[in-house]
Design a protein around this ligand. Structure first.
Ligand SMILES: Cc1ncc(COP(=O)(O)O)c(C=O)c1O
Length: 443
């Protein structure tokens, strides 16, 4: 199989190769990627609306198999900007915001506050106050936070529902930096703490409605979800018997994986993940005499990663004793994932993407770190300075995790739909880099 055929399934579903007069070129959503790079500059992030919608539809379709209420929360940490929040709102999904900053983005997008929930492992006073006024749900991470909410609640005009974050003691199989469910994790409460939290919430008449857990991100094997679901259902059964408290919502988090590299294809099916959870919750509730809770999943990357493509321009080509370096104009400042936890990516040239690969290439960014390498040893054709490369599966945890390292300006973002490109976030300017600076009056 050619590299083009092997890598295309990593790209948005609308990706095609078309010849519009200047030779074959990659197109996404009916837009020529070379033309987008010429119009908006590089690095450029391109989001394909059709791919995002298809992932959203896959969640909704699979959720219909659950006999109770089913809802989807988009984990805003994966991608948050006004256009993304508006897309979430249009889908009728909930939006998970981590703290006051993300809540402000949701407000700018006029996201329906009835579908906003707030996460955070150490929410600040500002985060909690913003959550109390802007959110429909706060997911409480620990007992100290709950006590803090009790103290703030008496002055709050209205109270959001509260869910408690359970630490199930089982993580999914993924990089240790992306595991969150294990006994030793910094996230959530163990069953004993959950019981204390329920007692406190009931004694102080807080609106406690749900239990939540998240075991980690980018997993392909959903089996660790089953013992975690069992543990939470057992807990719910005990809390109902002992305190008369009924779990109205169960959220088993998100984390379902996506293929970033051709070695990880075929794309994991969203339906497999949702169906397994839905069936297990249904059977587990029946077995324990529990009413069916609303099942609320919390995916991030599986909704948006495949919809995003990062475009870079090759600046220089360098041969060292063992490597062919393609030096591109973006890297760890817009995508820290390879440097953070060794994430692997693939790529195609934008022009003539079906050229045979001539040898492995290392794609490195312009930043002053040897770890600023986005791709290692990927077979690619000979690429000359000035050529464009497209990295698929770039839609999640790039832009939100980016930095201004070495004075990098955050890339522009365009959304493509029906052969039209909409600029939804402009490129940062040099003036933005000093916008927060003050000139102290030195002696
Ligand atoms: C609490 C919580 N929910 C959901 C997610 C979404 O994970 P993913 O983007 O892998 O689906 C995360 C990711 O870190 C998370 O921490």
């Amino acid at each position: 199989m050619s590299h083009l055929a092997a890598r295309l399934p990593l790209f948005p579903i609308t990706t095609t190769v078309q010849d519009r007069g200047a030779g074959p070129v990659l197109c996404v959503g009916g837009c020529d990627l070379a033309a987008l790079a010429a119009a908006f500059g590089t690095p450029l992030y391109v989001y394909d609306q059709a791919t995002l919608d298809a992932a959203a539809d896959a969640y909704c379709a699979a959720g219909r198999a659950y006999p109770g209420d089913f809802a989807v929360t988009f984990a805003g940490k994966a991608l948050l900007m006004t256009a993304a929040a508006q897309w979430v709102d249009r889908q009728g999904f909930w939006l998970d915001c981590t703290g006051a900053g993300e809540l402000a983005i949701a407000a700018a997008a006029k996201m329906d506050p009835a579908r906003i929930l707030v996460h955070g492992v150490n929410k600040s006073e500002d985060d909690l106050r913003a959550a109390l006024t802007q959110a429909a749900v706060i997911v409480v991470d620990n007992l100290t936070e709950l006590e803090h909410i009790v103290a703030l609640a008496s002055n709050a005009p209205r109270l959001p529902d509260l869910w408690l974050r359970v630490r199930p003691g089982v993580a999914v199989d993924t990089h240790s930096y992306r595991q969150t469910g294990q006994h030793d994790s910094k996230f959530g409460m163990d069953p004993t703490e959950i019981e204390q939290a329920v007692a406190l919430a009931l004694a102080t008449r807080l609106p406690l409605t749900g239990l939540h857990f998240h075991q980690g991100s980018q997993f392909f094997d959903p089996s660790p979800l089953l013992p975690a679901l069992d543990l939470v259902l057992e807990l719910a059964q005990m809390l109902r018997a002992r305190y008369g408290w009924t779990m109205q919502v169960l959220s088993p988090g998100g984390g379902w994986g996506v293929a970033y590299h051709e070695d990880e294809l075929p794309q994991p099916a969203i339906a497999d993940y949702v169906t397994l959870i839905a069936q297990h919750v249904r059977a587990g509730c029946a077995q324990r005499g529990l009413p069916l809770p609303r099942l609320q999943l919390e995916p991030g990357r599986s909704l948006v990663a495949r919809g995003g493509v990062a475009l870079y321009r090759v600046g220089a080509v360098k041969q060292t004793p063992h490597r062919r370096w393609l030096l591109i104009d973006g890297g760890m400042a817009d995508n820290p994932r390879p440097a953070l936890y060794g994430a692997r990516y693939s790529a195609l040239p934008v022009h003539a993407p079906d050229r045979p690969a001539h040898s492995p290439a290392w794609l490195a960014g312009p930043y002053c770190e040897s770890g600023d390498v986005l791709i290692e040893a990927l077979p690619l054709p000979e690429l000359a300075p000035g050529e464009l490369v497209a990295l698929p599966a770039s839609g999640a945890y790039h832009l939100n995790m980016g930095s201004n390292y070495n004075g990098a300006r955050k890339p522009a973002v365009v959304w493509v739909r029906d052969a039209t490109a909409y600029l939804v976030q402009r490129r940062e300017r040099v003036q933005d880099l000093t916008a927060r600076d003050l000139l102290p009056e030195w002696e």
